[in-house]
Design a protein around this ligand. Structure first.
Ligand SMILES: NC(=O)c1ccc[n+]([C@@H]2O[C@H](COP(=O)([O-])OP(=O)(O)OC[C@H]3O[C@@H](n4cnc5c(N)ncnc54)[C@H](O)[C@@H]3O)[C@@H](O)[C@H]2O)c1
Length: 395
């Protein structure tokens, strides 16, 4: 079986989820090099994974000529490395979000198309086994037609939008309303920065099939402040509802509750879920196609899936099972509701037909922060060490 050479760019926190998985998937991939703008970090990661290391991505692209660049950089940098790698005819795996604005996402998408390279995005939410089973439950008609889908999240809004879109059966969103608010709270450290404020985003999404999406999100997600706030996902439908991992089917004499069950098998000493199921009528089962790998957690199973998607697209010329265009849709929604919030809650129609004022402001902040236009000077920007938070919360 053909192996694809992967170079990871960005050896911060998230790379620790990528590099070990590539090792587990060594039937398909080989880590061939790593890069980080912080020289000491690059050197240490090179030693850890026993591969050549670089602190300059352009040198890596020229010298290593990998099949795939895995972009695990802060979001402000995704398009910078994405465009440069595509111009070197290197396929792209990109962490979420695809980019901070749609023009920057489009720069990557166009570069990939122009150069004939595949472009997958590491969105995992709809790929979580529990989420796949929920979608099958909805498709089987067990709870009737979805009416309202909702999500409270502490991390990227694009993940939340991915979950909501999946629950609607990937219906097209037509309109959004947004409200963002800052609240005074007791002092705490946010990424080491003292702050007394937290920001909440609230959004309503109207889908073409009449389903309403409801989303709320706090932006201080890595601070201690709301760390323990549970993620909250649900579907209210015409014959019942799903709340987290429980399915409730309406009956006049009391709802029937069905809790998701997991059957595991032993794979190299690891309990790997073989199937997720609910004993509804009819019963619904999701079979894990990746039991060949000793990966037992839902996020890991989802990550195997996006690597498979890219592998099959490159080697077998199959369609990506998510891809950059879907990732763009998941990012278009937060952009649109932030634009609505900026306009005092006026509805914003979808799809967006022009660059929003919110995005213009992001680009302006980008120029101020990094001294370069985000769509120009990519080679210069590639040498900048981008911070983890960047400008992504500017609203
Ligand atoms: N899918 C998920 O659930 C999930 C979870 C966490 C993070 N992420 C995403 O992963 C990405 C990385 O996040 P992180 O938490 O690892 O950030 P991080 O700041 O910990 O790591 C980023 C690394 O990139 C390096 N870097 C910055 N600019 C560079 C450049 N020009 N060239 C080479 N290296 C450069 C930094 O030195 C740093 O080591 C982000 O896009 C984030 O949104 C996704």
């Amino acid at each position: 079986m053909r192996k694809l050479g992967v170079a990871i760019v960005g050896m911060g926190n998230r790379s620790k989820a990528h590099a070990p998985l590539l090792k587990i998937m060594q039937d398909k991939f080989e880590l061939v090099a790593i890069c980080d703008g912080i020289t000491e970090r690059a050197k240490a990661a090179g030693a850890t994974y026993n591969v050549p290391w670089y602190d300059n991505v352009q040198q890596l692209l020229v010298k290593e000529r990998p099949d795939i660049v895995d972009i695990v950089l802060p979001p402000d940098a995704h398009h910078v490395v994405g465009v440069l790698a595509a111009e070197h005819k290197v396929h792209l795996m990109c962490e979420t979000p695809i980019s901070i604005t749609l023009p920057l996402a489009d720069a990557m998408i166009n570069a990939a198309q122009r150069n004939g390279v595949k472009f997958e995005v590491a969105e995992q939410v709809y790929r979580w086994p529990e989420e796949r089973l929920k979608r099958q439950i909805i498709e089987a008609g067990v709870i009737g037609e979805p009416l309202r889908v909702y999500c409270r999240f502490r991390t990227g809004a694009y993940h939340a939008m991915n979950a909501l879109r999946a629950y609607t059966g990937w219906a097209t969103p037509r309109r959004v309303w947004g409200a963002t608010r800052s609240f005074a709270v007791t002092p705490f450290l946010n990424f080491g920065n003292p702050t007394q404020e937290e920001n909440w985003e609230h959004a309503l999404v109207e889908f073409e099939n009449g389903v309403i999406g409801i989303h709320e999100q706090v932006s201080n997600w890595l601070s201690p402040f709301r760390r323990d706030l549970p993620r909250n996902l649900g579907v209210d439908a015409s014959k019942g509802f799903i709340y987290e991992n429980d399915v409730y089917v309406f009956a006049n004499d009391g709802n029937q509750r069905h809790t998701m069950q997991i059957e595991t098998i032993d794979v190299e000493g690891m309990a790997v879920p073989a199937r997720y199921k609910v004993d509804t009528d009819p019963p619904v089962v999701w079979e894990n196609p990746y039991t060949a790998y000793p990966v037992g957690d839902m996020d890991g199973i989802a990550r195997i899936d996006y690597w498979h998607s890219l592998y099959d697209a490159i080697v077998h010329n199959r369609e990506l099972n998510y891809g950059a265009l879907e990732a763009r849709k998941d990012q278009e929604l937060p952009i649109a509701y932030r634009e609505s919030a900026r306009q005092g809650g006026l509805p914003v129609e979808l799809p967006l037909k022009a660059v929003t004022a919110y995005e213009e402001r992001m680009h302006q902040e980008y120029r101020q922060k990094y001294g370069s236009d985000p769509l120009q000077d990519l080679e210069k920007l590639a040498n900048n060490v981008f911070p983890q938070m960047g400008i992504r919360w500017a609203a």
